[in-house]
Design a protein around this ligand. Structure first.
Ligand SMILES: Cc1cc2nc3c(=O)[nH]c(=O)nc-3n(C[C@H](O)[C@H](O)[C@H](O)COP(=O)(O)OP(=O)(O)OC[C@H]3O[C@@H](n4cnc5c(N)ncnc54)[C@H](O)[C@@H]3O)c2cc1C
Length: 256
């Protein structure tokens, strides 16, 4: 089960953005830029930026998330969002002994499909362990012959072995990451990944990320989510056709 945590974020994110926006339009010095910035004025600056599409001041607020219990499949999708920073648990350095995996709900719901899936995971684990053992033996012998001591050879051989053995691991394999997005990049991420067209796993994660940032910056993320919250659906023939349901859903998690 995916777990998303908001680890850190720019303090007073909406105020920082309002200061950046005010700087663009006022002769005030940096020293005085925050003077008189009441909560109402901050909200009004943030709204104004969204309304006129002036998005660069929004880049000054960043949000760092911990995401765990997700598949390598999700990892491939989320890291396509280039305007973000990622640190991901490495399969080169961390041995996947008894690897965890994500079972897609549609597979989970059909007993026969679930049994097939679990059997594939068990088999993958066995192949991984067998490959690790075979590769480790070869590397260790070579390292011992090259003069390495037993402990060093064992440790290095294990690392070299898992580097290649991991190629047999499935997309379902569990992973964890820390990622940092600025708010502008999050707007784009939520537009793509909160949409019903996104795959269920990244959509669940994106919705949870949106819920977390709305708690700390409600004005900033008020209109965030799939494009149909703000106007017509942009998916053309691929539209889910459920705009009203989608709007109701996002209203429940704090959308306007
Ligand atoms: C439903 C769905 C299906 C998808 N299917 C596929 C698929 O079949 N195959 C596939 O490969 N991908 C697929 N993708 C991934 C998609 O094409 C994007 O790579 C991904 O959503 C990241 O979006 P982005 O580029 O806007 O994000 P970011 O990389 O965060 O970029 C943000 C914005 O910065 C600008 N930008 C960034 N880099 C450049 C650049 N080099 N040049 C110009 N502007 C740039 C763009 O305006 C971009 O929107 C799919 C995504 C979704 C949501």
């Amino acid at each position: 089960m995916a777990k998303v945590t908001l680890i850190a974020y720019t303090p007073n994110p909406e105020k920082v953005i309002a200061q950046a926006a005010r700087l663009c339009y006022s002769p005030a010095s940096i020293e005085n830029i925050a003077d008189g910035l009441t909560d109402e004025k901050i909200a009004s600056f943030v709204d104004m930026l969204a309304e006129i599409g002036h998005e660069s001041p929004i880049e000054h607020a960043s949000f760092t998330f911990g995401i765990e219990g997700v598949s390598r499949s999700l990892l491939a999708q989320i890291t396509r969002h280039r305007i973000a920073s990622y640190s991901v648990q490495s399969q080169r350095y961390v041995t996947e002994a008894h690897f965890e995996y994500v079972v897609p709900p549609e597979i989970d719901a059909i007993p026969e499909a679930r049994a097939e899936f679990l059997a594939a995971m068990e088999e993958d684990q066995l192949h991984y362990e067998k490959l690790t053992a075979l590769l480790k033996e070869k590397h260790k012998n070579a390292l011992l012959q090259s003069g390495k001591d037993e402990k060093t050879a064992d440790r290095s051989a294990q690392k070299m072995a898992i580097e290649d053995a991991r190629f047999v691991l499935p997309n379902a394999c569990d992973t964890k990451m820390i990622c940092t997005f600025n708010a502008r990049s999050l707007f784009n991420f939520f537009s793509h990944r909160c949409c019903n067209r996104a795959q269920w796993e990244i959509r669940e994660v994106a919705i949870e990320m949106l819920r977390l940032v709305r708690e700390v910056a409600p004005n900033l993320f008020r209109y965030s989510g799939p494009p149909c919250l703000r106007g017509a659906c942009t998916e053309g023939k691929m539209s889910c056709g459920k705009r009203n349901e989608v709007r109701d859903f996002f209203k429940e998690i704090g959308a306007d």
